[in-house]
Design a protein around this ligand. Structure first.
Ligand SMILES: [Fe+2]
Length: 147
């Protein structure tokens, strides 16, 4: 697991606080990048995780080397967090203390879980490859997530 900077963690926590849904403009923008199968996974995510993923995807869309599948991967990079939808305090606990609880272990394994969700519904192989890290565009998504 990548070690995250404290300021990044604070900003990400702020992005993930609150349960208001993405704006209708943001939701429409996000869905325009996804296949219907991928959108079904996006809709499983909490409102806070969808807002966060849209913010990451907007940063990816501004990247010179970005393309449609990279933006889609950014929108889906945290899809595995939907497995338990932990509250913020448990996410912080898992990040700081490790996998002491089954729910926390699943949270820490959310990247693999998200990929399994995407494989189940037939997401585009390029999107899956970016999220697995076997495609060089993976670093664009990770940099936008850390920004
Ligand atoms: Fe993220």
């Amino acid at each position: 697991m990548t070690r995250r900077r404290p300021l990044h963690l604070l900003r990400r926590t702020a992005e993930q606080t609150g349960q208001r849904p993405p704006s209708s403009d943001d939701a429409a923008w996000a869905e325009s990048w996804l296949t219907s199968a991928e959108a079904s996974i996006f809709h499983r995510m909490s409102n806070a995780d969808r807002r966060h993923s849209i913010a990451v995807a907007r940063r990816v869309a501004c990247h010179d080397s970005s393309d449609a599948v990279t933006v889609a991967a950014a929108l889906l990079h945290d899809a595995g967090k939907a497995v338990d939808d932990l509250p913020v305090w448990e996410r912080i606990g898992a990040t700081c203390l490790g996998g002491r609880r089954a729910r926390w272990r699943r949270y820490l394994d959310h990247e693999r879980i998200g990929i399994s969700f995407l494989l189940e519904v037939g997401a585009r192989p390029e999107v899956v490859a970016i999220l697995r890290g076997t495609d060089t565009r993976h670093h664009i998504v990770m940099a936008a997530d850390d920004a």
